[in-house]
Design a protein. Structure first.
Length: 266
């Protein structure tokens, strides 16, 4: 009887050792691993994002030194931030590690933001933002997060001039200190409700509201032949971003839709 009992115990032990191990589907640790799990046909690297010094271009006061802003398409979800501590290896996707950061946004807003701190040793870093929609995954180009040793202080966009027409158009022109390189200019128009109703990216130092022939990206495609209302107060925000995604110049001004004068802001 003891012999049969021993055989039974050994058989049970061997059977347990052969049971399959269930591996949990853990969250990807870096963006390369994350993208490897997605159908390549569903991936796009066209997510618009930029970064800059805080509080130079954000009205919110907090203890975070840098803000990263990104475009939020309709039905977005799962916005993630990945940071790479090696500027020299900005193209190594496996070095972009997932950060435990919440994205800040308000329902209906076109852009959201991450707020982060500089490293204690003030090293520059790289960042990539990703998000999902119903049928696609989007991620941004690598953004340079400048440390104090290489920081470029945000300066005012200068020499803004705004000329409105009786028909509700607006010619917006500006200048800004910078390098002789292509800069991405993000222009946002806000009405009296405080909502951004028009947002475009342009490589030019001007924007004609609402002519899209010279813009590189239109973030408010639902606008159809919009017009400014005479005597209404609007505001325009201009973000000038260098080719590494760092926001160099920023300015927001209020203007009146008044075709009888040209409004200038030095």
């Amino acid at each position: 009887m003891n012999r049969y009992f021993l055989i039974l115990v050994v058989w049970i032990s061997v059977s347990c050792e052969k049971d399959p191990v269930i591996v949990e589907d853990v969250e990807p640790y870096n963006i390369a691993e994350y993208l490897s799990r997605v159908n390549p046909d569903k991936i796009s690297n066209t997510l618009w994002a930029h970064a800059g010094n805080h509080p130079a271009f954000e009205p919110v006061t907090d203890q975070q030194a840098i803000h990263i802003r990104m475009h939020l398409p309709q039905d977005f979800q799962n916005v993630q931030l990945y940071v790479n501590d090696s500027v020299e290896h900005r193209d190594r996707m496996e070095l972009y590690l997932l950060q435990d950061k919440d994205v800040h946004y308000t329902d209906g807003q076109i852009f959201g933001r991450f707020a982060i701190k500089k490293t204690q040793d003030n090293r520059s870093r790289m960042a990539i933002v990703s998000l999902e929609t119903i049928d696609s995954v989007y991620y941004s180009a690598p953004l340079l997060l400048r440390g104090n040793n290489t920081a470029t202080d945000t300066k005012n966009v200068s020499k803004i001039s705004i000329e409105t027409t009786p028909g509700g158009r607006a010619y917006i022109n500006w200048s800004g200190a910078g390098l002789d390189e292509p800069w991405r200019n993000l222009v946002e128009l806000t009405d009296q409700t405080g909502e951004v109703f028009c947002a475009v990216e342009t490589d030019d130092l001007s924007f004609l509201f609402h002519d899209l022939r010279n813009v590189t990206q239109n973030f408010t495609p639902s606008l159809r032949d919009p017009r400014l209302i005479d005597r209404q107060i609007y505001s325009v925000a201009i973000y000038r971003n260098d080719n590494q995604g760092w926001m160099r110049n920023y300015r927001i001004v209020e203007f009146e839709a008044d075709s009888a004068r040209i409004q200038r802001f030095d």
